[in-house]
Every structure is written in C-alpha cells, then in structure tokens.
Design a protein around this ligand. Sequence first.
Ligand code: NAD
Length: 269
Amino acid sequence: MTGRFEGRVALVTGGAHGIGAATVRRLHDEGATVVVADVDPDAARRAVDALPPRAGGAPASVVGCDIRDSASVDAAVATTLERHGRLDVLVGVAGGTGVHAGLLDGMDDATWAAGVDLNLAGPARCVRAAAPHLPRGGAIVLVGSVNGLQAFGDEDYSAAKAGLVSLAQNLAVRLGRRGVRINVVAPGTVRTRVWTDRADPDRLAPLYPLGRVGEPEDVAAAIAFLASDDAAWITGVTLPVDGGVLAGPLAHFETLGGGGDPAADVSDR
Ligand SMILES: NC(=O)c1ccc[n+]([C@@H]2O[C@H](COP(=O)([O-])OP(=O)(O)OC[C@H]3O[C@@H](n4cnc5c(N)ncnc54)[C@H](O)[C@@H]3O)[C@@H](O)[C@H]2O)c1
C-alpha cells in the first residue's frame, strides 16, 4: 500500500459502518490521520479501535456528528482543526434511504424533506464547513449513487443524490481556482448492512455486467483515488463505481436476447 495520504488529515462522515468504515481503513492504511464523524459515535469508536496499528502519524479519532445539523457539522470541522491543525480531505459518506418505500406518490412533505436533508443538504453542509479550510491540493469526495444517474426507485433519495452531481460541478469551478478539487462517486449495490439487514444482496448480481455486487472496499478504493494526488487533474466529475450496471444491466440484455448469447461471453466468470 502506498502512502498517498501521509501527513494529511481526512474527515470522513458516516465512517462508522459500511462504505464509510472501509474508506476510513483505506485512508488510514495509506497514511492519513482520519477523523470519523458519525451520528453513531460508539460504532465509530469500534471502527477506529479495529484499525491496524501504524508506525507514524496521529491515530484516527472520533467526533460525534449529525450532518442534518449545521452546528454539529461546524463543530466536527472545528474539532478536527483543533486536534490536528489542518484538514486536507473531506469524504462525505453519510446518507441513506431510511425505511420508507421511497415513491413520490403519496409521500408526505416531511418524508421528502428528510430524504433531501440527509442526502443533499447534509453533504452540502459538510462542504460549506470544510471547504474554506482545505489547502491547495485539498480534495472533497461525496458519495452519491447510481440512483442519481438513472431510475432505480427511492425517488426522494435519488433526486437528492442527483443534486450532488450539480453541487460538485458548481463547487469544482469555484474551488478549482485555489487548487481544491471536488468529485462524486456513484456506487451501485454495495454489500453493507443496508442490504444484508433485509435481504441477500447477491440476488441482484445478475443485474451487474461484472457478475457480482460491490464490496465496501470497491468504493473505498475509488474514493481514495479521487481524494489523492493521482486524481490531481480531475474535478467536478461523478464516477460510477457500479460493476458496469449503468453501461447496461446484463438482465436487460438477456431479456432483449439481441446480439447473441451473453452467457457465452461471461461463462468464465
Ligand atoms: N450500500 C449501497 O448499496 C449504496 C449504494 C449507493 C450509494 N450508497 C451510499 O453510500 C453511503 C453509505 O452507505 P452504506 O451502505 O455504507 O450505509 P451504512 O448505513 O452502513 O453507513 C452509513 C453511515 O452513515 C452514518 N450516518 C447516518 N446518518 C447520519 C447522519 N445524519 N450524520 C452522520 N452520520 C450519519 C451511519 O451511522 C453509518 O455509519 C450512503 O450515502 C448511501 O446512500 C450506498
């Protein structure tokens, strides 16, 4: 593992579980000092305690934070600066669909507002609080979704995730002048508790041209790339991390039956 983040401080929202926890591990392994900002600080503490020991750099730490609350977000950024004197990377992972069915029809205003607040206004609050402190070479990565790029249901959530695409474009133009980048990753189905708590995510594998659903580490690797200097000339983009599902769901191809037998091409998977 290269030390792409040695000497850098990263604030990761939603780092207690799933994609966020994998991102914390990845950035930590690559040398970052990570501050985990999560509404579930006990789980965040467990995630930090599970990190492998490292020779150099300040250890990872936790700050309780609810991205639905501006004061809480501002305090998390202030705490990071107090602890480490700098902030180089913001990763906005916190978000989710909640428990409702997610169809606009019959959705009450409060449910709509809650979905947009968590998935669009929340990350925007984090960007607003962190961006002024990011130095030249600093980077922001937000976690969107394939739902923000194509119709997959959960309509409040999807519209909010689509909003992140525009937010990143607008901020990329303004922040680029001072050498700060902002990008979005758009994962497909990723094996986290969001899926495993209710059903086997592997049932969705046939939708994916690469023949499997994603693992949190697949997304963490893309986040680390976009946050690193390897992506120094990339800003304002949304990168699908989706096993190819946006290129064309394999199941659709099989249903259409055109162009031969797709199974013949993928029989070695
Ligand atoms: N799992 C998937 O298939 C998938 C697909 C596309 C996008 N995503 C997105 O990836 C992100 C992470 O999803 P996950 O599957 O790892 O979910 P998860 O529930 O495992 O993790 C979400 C984390 O965010 C934290 N969190 C939730 N609300 C918060 C708040 N208001 N303030 C601060 N922290 C909060 C949780 O405590 C948890 O640690 C979400 O934004 C989600 O929309 C997930």
